[in-house]
Write a protein that binds this ligand. Structure first.
Ligand code: WTA
Length: 635
């Protein structure tokens, strides 16, 4: 059976079946994967606890689906094409056989270093093939990986390591991103001061910057691989995993507290990532597929590693950034590797668009047949530029809406099969049952309506729990509206029934496609010694989508305003990472609060958006005068 839907009529038929007979539908999809033992029960669920289990009783290892099963027919086919940060360095190609062998080899390294099934492993690495190898080796041995994006600070890494009690860290000496050399191992060393559970650190050589290596704890990747070679351990029997065993934890921000560890499990996640990859991108054998995300985010997990590899695709991994050495770099990569499918983010599109069309001159983009967008709403201007200048009007654009928690794409066109509409994620994929609700949780039916986006039936790739705190999973996603998964997104359904995601309705910002909780940024700002209080909101930003605007009460400054702003920004960089650094910091003498002490963010949001004329009712404020002061000082 082919996973791919090939016409709109087929989409409608399959979608209907997936809603009427979801278990049979997913049975059929899951049958196309490799299982050591098939499942006894397709689905068990309730959204109350929540308790969601797919393919119970089944045994598998996802790496056999991503590697072993392709060896016979496609062993010599490129699995990963890697493009380095510096265009003058050599690129690398790993065939399925080579990738398989390296994953087995590194699984042996993990075993030699005491890793067992169920152990949690933190991975903090640059975008090199060894990152994918590390991830897959964890999955092979049944260890649970927790990849942390290279832009997070030592404190953020420590929080994540502690939350999951990781026993081992895999990192590199340093990494290259554009003109910068990122001292990854040093950041890890700072993090580990707080992390007694970590017994071993495996360090890959990448930038060969000076690093401290602690006896008994730190070992070099290359030395460990040599040991395995000398021992002759070149194979590694994939650990037999239950479908509902954990595959990985990925931390993401919500509207309250510290980031939560979203848990995905082996069977359902595999089926969902593979199915959605095959369909949305309509991947054909031999095509070169380039997803520009970082493996530190869910997009990299599902659509650089697991989805494409499970389908035997050629996935291109890029170490660098879109603007290095210049803003034509993506197009050079497309040209050089004859890329057929390009999956990127609106923020990258807007940024490259702003450099002008000169950057496209002389670049051969004729191999492109399909384009994709993810991570935030794409504005119409960027959509049209992408369509005309990059796709030359003949590449369908799949605007894919989904989340860390959903594991894979949920609402999206199917390339060339279903219609596209600028700035619309369009229609739900088979198996996905979206609905809109009002604030009271009442379903909003019909078309030409807006509301809060929920999902009413489970799908195999959905979040199972938040690591170590199931109650948090319930309150964050399943408690707002009874018997529904709440996405946190606002959404419009137009007259044709097409969905357009309008952005978060909770206190989560989307800055350059990165999810940032305002509460988290406030906590970080408040750690600065002279800050009394702060409130963070988003504001529209031409390139980043949203910028971070901080209102800060800081009566006694050490130095002038500008220096204090820099100190506060540095504090945020230290506590969370540079990605959360405020773009604007306005000093205020107080925050607009209700008599019960609640900050009225609605007012602050309007001021940050530059919309000061109509602030709505301010009479319930404790001190309405503070609003006038904030308005006049707005940046
Ligand atoms: C937003 C990224 C509009 C949305 C895969 C969601 C989008 C959050 C789109 C999840 C899209 C993602 N159009 N908004 N195509 N895709 N979003 O967990 O607000 O990093 O809730 O997952 O990004 O971000 P996350």
């Amino acid at each position: 059976m082919s996973l791919k839907i090939s016409s709109f009529e087929e989409y409608e038929r399959v979608y209907k079946q997936s809603v009427e007979q979801p278990e049979q539908f997913w049975d059929g999809i899951a049958d196309t994967f490799l299982w050591k033992k098939k499942w006894d029960k397709t689905l068990e669920w309730n959204f109350k606890e929540p308790n969601v289990k797919w393919f119970q009783g089944a045994k598998l290892n996802i790496t056999e689906n991503c590697l072993d099963r392709h060896l016979e027919k496609s062993g010599d086919k490129p699995a990963i094409i890697w493009e380095p940060n510096d265009p003058n360095d050599d690129h690398r190609v790993l065939t399925y056989r080579q990738l398989h062998d390296k994953v087995c080899q590194f699984a042996n390294v993990l075993k030699n270093n005491g890793v067992k099934k169920g152990d949690r492993i933190c991975i903090y690495m640059p975008m090199v093939p060894e990152l994918a190898i590390a991830v897959l080796a964890c999955a092979r041995i049944g260890a649970i990986h927790s990849v942390v994006f290279g832009g997070f600070s030592a404190q953020s890494i420590a929080d994540r390591i502690l939350d999951a009690t990781c026993s081992l860290v895999i990192t590199a000496d340093g990494g290259f991103r554009g003109a910068k050399d990122i001292p990854l191992k040093t950041v890890i060393d700072d993090a580990l001061v707080q992390c007694p559970s970590v017994k071993k650190v495996i360090v890959l050589t990448r930038s060969r910057t000076a690093v401290s290596m602690i006896k008994g704890r730190d070992v070099w990747w290359e030395d460990e691989v040599k040991k395995v070679e000398t021992q002759g351990n070149l194979t590694f029997a994939a650990e037999e995993m239950d479908a509902e065993d954990m595959l990985f934890i990925l931390y993401t921000s919500g509207s309250t507290g510290k980031p939560k560890g979203v848990v995905h499990t082996c069977g359902g996640y595999m089926v969902y990532a593979g199915y959605t990859f095959a369909n949305v991108f309509q991947y054909n054998p031999g095509e070169v597929y380039f997803c520009t995300a970082d493996i530190g985010w869910i997009t990299g997990h599902s659509y650089i590693v697991y989805g494409p590899l499970s389908q035997g695709a050629t996935t291109l991994m890029f170490e660098g950034i879109p603007t290095y050495p210049d803003a034509g770099r993506f197009w050079d990569v497309v040209d050089k590797h004859k890329v057929n499918i390009l999956y990127t983010a609106p923020t990258a599109i807007r940024s490259l668009m702003s450099f002008g069309d000169d950057m496209l001159r002389g670049k051969d983009l004729s191999t492109l047949t399909k384009l994709g967008s993810v991570g935030e709403p794409i504005n119409e201007e960027a959509w049209h530029w992408f369509d005309e200048k990059i796709g030359h009007g003949h590449c369908p654009i799949v605007d894919t809406w989904w989340q860390t928690e959903t594991g894979g794409i949920m609402i999206s066109p199917i390339a060339g099969v279903t219609k596209t509409k600028p700035s619309f994620a369009t229609l739900p994929l088979p198996g996905i049952q979206p609905l809109l609700v009002d604030e009271n949780g009442k379903e909003i039916t019909g078309n030409g309506v807006s509301g809060n986006l929920c999902i009413k039936f489970p799908w195999p790739g959905m979040i199972r729990t938040t690591y170590g705190d199931h109650e948090r999973c319930r309150t964050a996603y399943f408690a707002t509206y009874e018997n529904l998964y709440f996405t946190g997104d606002g959404c419009l359904r137009d007259e044709d029934g097409y969905y357009r995601i309008t952005g978060r309705v909770d206190d989560v910002l989307n800055v350059s496609g990165h999810r940032i909780g305002t509460a988290e940024v406030e906590n970080a700002i408040n750690m600065h010694s002279s800050v009394v209080e702060s409130a963070v909101v988003g504001y529209p930003h031409d390139i980043k989508g949203q910028g971070v605007y901080a209102f800060v009460v800081c009566p006694e400054k050490h130095g002038d305003d500008e220096l204090t702003r820099k100190d506060i920004a540095m504090t945020v960089t230290r506590i969370i990472g540079a990605i959360a650094r405020p773009d604007k910091i306005q000093f205020v003498s107080g925050l607009p609060k209700t008599r019960s002490g609640k900050i009225m963010r609605r007012i602050l949001r309007k001021i940050a958006e530059g919309e000061t004329s109509n602030l709505g009712d301010t009479s319930t404020l404790l001190d309405p005068n503070v609003v006038e002061e904030i308005k006049s000082g707005a940046l």
